[in-house]
Write a protein that binds this ligand. Structure first.
Ligand SMILES: C[S@@+](CC[C@H](N)C(=O)[O-])C[C@H]1O[C@@H](n2cnc3c(N)ncnc32)[C@H](O)[C@@H]1O
Length: 189
């Protein structure tokens, strides 16, 4: 009988903790999106990941930063196409950050993929040879000048769905109804 109550109590604790996490995650998402104008956690569709990796054209010595890496799926997909390269993800939101850390650990890729819980606007991006982002227009507006300052021409920037305002992409590819903007020069057009 005591064991029965212990099991019920354990189930209750797991359910309540799950709900608290769920409510916290969605409140955080709503606040970040509507109050701060930040991209919510909406991962890139699984079907387009190999195409993103292909468009990245990574080499063995490439260093790819994903600005707002979510659950690190883009980094993991790119690692499949170029396992020698180095990968860094910045993620602010604790839930996708922990998920990303778990994914990297579970796939055994910790040597090549590093995920930091950090605001990428506060990070130095000059070490990257490639940048990927899937953000919202307000953030792209702010990111443009930072990339112009920190990323040399010739390095590659790929942005899913929204482009950098007033900067002409070298190429634009349509991936399952989403535009992928590819930049190699960041000077204003
Ligand atoms: C649309 S999701 C894209 C996730 C991932 N890059 C992908 O394509 O699957 C945007 C992510 O950026 C994160 N994010 C938004 N603003 C951020 C910031 N300033 N610093 C770090 N992460 C940020 C969000 O928490 C969210 O997980």
């Amino acid at each position: 009988m005591i064991l029965f109550f212990e099991i019920i109590l354990a189930v209750l604790i797991v359910v309540v903790a799950g709900w608290i996490l769920f409510v916290y995650f969605f409140t955080w998402q709503l606040a970040a999106t509507f109050l701060k104008g930040e991209a919510p956690f909406v991962p890139a569709k699984a079907g387009i990941l190999p195409k993103i990796a292909e468009a990245m054209e990574l080499k063995e010595n490439s260093i790819l930063y994903d600005l707002g890496c979510g659950d690190a799926r883009v980094l993991v997909a790119c690692h499949k196409s170029q396992p020698q390269a180095q990968y860094v993800g910045f993620e602010k939101n604790i839930i996708p950050y922990l998920w990303a850390r778990f994914r990297v650990w579970a796939t055994g890729l910790s040597k090549n993929i590093r995920v930091c819980q950090k605001d990428f606007f506060e990070a130095d991006l000059s070490g990257a040879t490639h940048i990927f982002c899937y953000l919202v227009p307000k953030q792209m507006e702010k990111l443009g000048p930072k990339l112009e300052k920190e990323i040399e021409n010739g390095k590659k920037v790929l942005s899913l769905r929204f482009g950098i305002p007033n900067v002409a992409p070298r190429k634009k590819i349509l991936l399952e109804k989403e535009n992928l903007y590819i930049y190699e020069k960041l000077a204003k057009s």
